[in-house]
Design a protein around this ligand. Structure first.
Ligand SMILES: Cc1ncc(COP(=O)(O)O)c(C=O)c1O
Length: 369
């Protein structure tokens, strides 16, 4: 099928770029002797997860229990649900614990520990649990410098209804960086915080099996992972404009695009209307700490075009110079690099797989919670 035959807006995946990105992270993990447990929330498809896990890396990371169910039904046998568990999800987590060969959950609150333990005792079930650690992002996780955090790990390790799996963190503050040099500092902090916390747990007699870290920027730039067992990047399969802007990749590595049609010309305002708005791109502002001029994505092949305004279905493009409208006829196609490919992908019910400018496959992601 030709791109011109697709209805727009449409989500495109450049297959050779996707394959190269998947391979790049496998090679990094292999060369540094860590396990790769990719976060599959970026795409939520069985097809890409199979590519990421083929060969020696069977485990995956998910962000919802619906994803966990989907991947269990698709044959995945080692799944970490990397969002802190809540009491109202314990029934579902218990069911997955019985169905999936290895199903890990995580928590960072003493109250949640008590609830998980009580649930396990009442239902005769042993949950695999990671302690979530805050390595500097300050979104979730225990403070590793606090005595209470060691105590919570000890409680997890001592429980008869919990298998304490280890400690897990996500260095999301790597997204605040301006360049790879700053990302390397965060990557070293992510590693050092975890290695030191594991050391203090072990000195306290708490067996800490697995040290799990990972974000795409730190996974791309970390100089080494000594003492770390697994990494969990996700976005790297597609990358996006944000990652290119902070130096995780080059624009040519971005495997995700939104195909959109030029709807109208407004020469009086130096504007072009396209049919990709917030429901095709998300309203993620991208790396606005680097450039505060608003852009809801980059237009492929046209760095001078600015996608400066979006509403639900409308997108407006302008330029600092007078637009050459003849170059972008009404009805012609443009491709937009999303600011944040995970959010953009989540807006589409199907992905079109592209090679040599032709659509060669169609992948259907899972949806829902
Ligand atoms: C807990 C956790 N692990 C891993 C990741 C993957 O990081 P990235 O999206 O930078 O690849 C995320 C992403 O938000 C996350 O929340």
């Amino acid at each position: 099928m030709k791109l011109e035959e697709l209805k727009t807006p449409a989500f495109l995946i450049d297959l050779p770029r996707l394959k190269a990105n998947v391979q790049m992270m496998k090679d990094r993990a292999r060369n540094q002797s860590v396990s790769l447990r990719p976060h599959v929330k970026t795409h939520k498809t069985a097809e890409i997860a199979r590519m990421q896990t083929a060969e020696e890396f069977p485990g995956i990371t998910v962000s919802t229990l619906a994803e966990a169910r989907f991947y269990q039904e698709s044959g995945f046998e080692d799944i970490t649900y990397a969002f802190p568990i809540t009491v109202n999800k314990l029934d579902e987590a218990a069911e997955l614990t019985t169905k999936v060969k290895i199903f890990n959950i995580l928590l960072d609150q003493p109250q949640t520990f008590s609830a998980v333990e009580a649930y396990g005792r009442e239902h005769g079930i042993t949950f695999n649990v990671f302690l979530k650690v805050d390595c500097g992002y300050h979104r979730a996780g225990v403070d590793p410098s606090k005595r209470e955090s060691v105590q919570l790990a000890r409680n997890l390790a001592d429980s008869d209804f919990i298998q304490f799996k280890g400690i897990l963190t996500h260095a999301g503050h790597s997204y605040h960086c301006h360049n790879p040099i700053e990302v390397i500092e965060i990557a070293e902090q992510e590693r050092d915080v975890m290695v030191q916390f594991a050391r203090s747990l072990r000195e306290d007699g708490v067996d800490c099996q697995t040290l799990s870290i990972g974000s795409t920027p730190t996974a791309v730039h970390a100089p080494g992972w000594q003492g770390i067992d697994e990494i969990r990047p996700g976005n790297y399969v597609f990358f996006d404009k944000f990652q290119a802007d902070i130096g995780s990749c080059q624009t040519k590595d971005v495997a995700a695009r939104v195909l959109t049609t030029v709807v109208a010309h407004y020469p009086d305002h130096n504007q072009i209307l396209i049919d990709a708005g917030a429901l095709a791109l998300s309203k993620d502002l991208g790396a606005d700490h680097l450039d505060n001029e608003i852009a809801y994505g980059g237009v492929s092949g046209h760095p001078n075009l600015k996608l400066f305004s979006i509403s639900q279905e409308h997108g407006l493009i302008t330029s600092n110079d007078p637009l050459d409208f003849q170059k972008f006829p009404v009805g012609s196609l443009l491709q937009v690099f999303p600011n944040h490919s995970c959010l953009t992908a989540a807006l589409f019910p199907e992905y079109h797989v592209v090679e040599n400018n032709r659509v060669i496959d169609r992948w259907v992601p899972m949806r829902g919670w």
